[in-house]
Design a binder for this molecule. Sequence first.
Ligand code: AMP
Ligand code: ZN
Length: 492
Amino acid sequence: MKLYKENQLKIYNSLSKTKEAFKPVHDGHIGMYVCGPTVYSNAHLGNLRTFMFFDVAFRYFLHLGYKVRYVRNITDAGHLENDADEGEDRIAKKARLEEIEPMEVVQRYTVDFHDVLKKYNFLSPSIEPTATGHIVEQIEMIKEIIDKGLGYEVNGSVYFDVIAYNKNNHYGILSGRKIEDAIHNTRVLDGQSDKKNPQDFALWKKADERHIMRWPSPWSEGFPGWHLECSVMSSKYLGDKFDIHGGGLDLKFPHHECEIAQSKTCSGHDPVNYWMHTNMLLLNGQKMAKSTGNFILPDEILTGENKILSKAFSSSVVRFFNMQANYRSILDFSSDALEASEKGYLKLMEAMTSLVSLSSQKSSSVDISQWKEKCYAAMNDDFNTPVLISHLFEGVKFINQIKEGKASITSNDLVDFVTTMNAFVFDVLGLLNDVKDQSSGKIDGVVSLLIKLRKEARENKDWDLSDQIRDELLAIGIQLKDGREGTTYSIS
Ligand code: AMP
Ligand code: ZN
């Protein structure tokens, strides 16, 4: 039986502002869309926090046995400098400054993004579509919005009529903004905008002569508005009604509010059942953000090359640090906080290494089934990873007690315990056991020492000791090979 049948997941829905029982559109299937990166610079640790949370949610859905289609886009056009409808395209600007093609910028930072995700042990999404790969579909959606009477053209640009939409719908349903406050354009104040109302947002922008990223359309040679790509790609790959849409809290307005308006105009209904938003990672008390220079890069963590850091940390320590906080809470980054997480992480990994060599007894003094239930209950409660981690540490206590003979476990319970610990620690949280790697480093150190002692024994013509070292290592599966460069070894 699939695990999801016995696990009623609750998800905090940003739309209703309550935790709701999760019911997928199609039984046993989940469609999830997460707004991906704008590839004009390296993803920072704040971006990673958001993507990492959704990676863990994805992992948990898979663990529960759901068939998941996880779509995370790449924004490679249309995201202007100020998040509203003015300014230069972020990618085009970078290309101009670096004197390269916009697509070179896109390629460089998409590759970097994938490299980082690999180092941080992310699962790949099922589909990773790009905005520039869906220009035709975006033009079609604009036509549909115009046909429905909610899009209008001025001087080659097309805008969404928020005031008209709001007559029969609720613009602000997600962000809680009042229509009079939901103003997108700053330049409207000095009367330069083509928009009918300052609340309206761009669906298509006519490119001025400086703008390199441009495509033909019925209205002008130009480029799509930023919000459009997500409405287009989510409905293309997940249908016009799907389960989960995620992103950072800063995307609620205007991005997600506009997505709802566009999609609902076309389909006639709300596009998403559960809106999920992650809270911000802070550095020095401020949101970690590229634009303010207040950020740290994932690669800097791995090398320790940033003056904020006392040393290098592994990617799993960062994962553990992120998962120790609830995704809906603000999280403060600091080197001290990472060091504290590292201690906890190492303790957990040492226990995971011991777990495999525990032996069973005739009876159990630990209640594994109750403990297991608590682990699932934590994740079922809106992915409460900090509570899950506290239960995993109860598991660590069991491991140490059993190891020291202060507690016992039957073989059936042990199988259940090992399976559950492994599932949550490695499959769901996505941690890697660096301690295991360290222990293989220790083996290397010990064998190298024995090779050195054997060399000394041979130099002293102590053939007995030299043979004894070789034979005893062989007996435990470590074979020494003498060559011109010295002695090497292999483990069978
Ligand atoms: P961007 O590349 O700017 O479009 O951002 C990619 C994702 O990272 C979005 O979901 C943002 O909401 C999220 N994000 C940006 N800054 C932070 C931060 N400091 N903490 C958490 N998430 C963030
Ligand atoms: Zn988006």
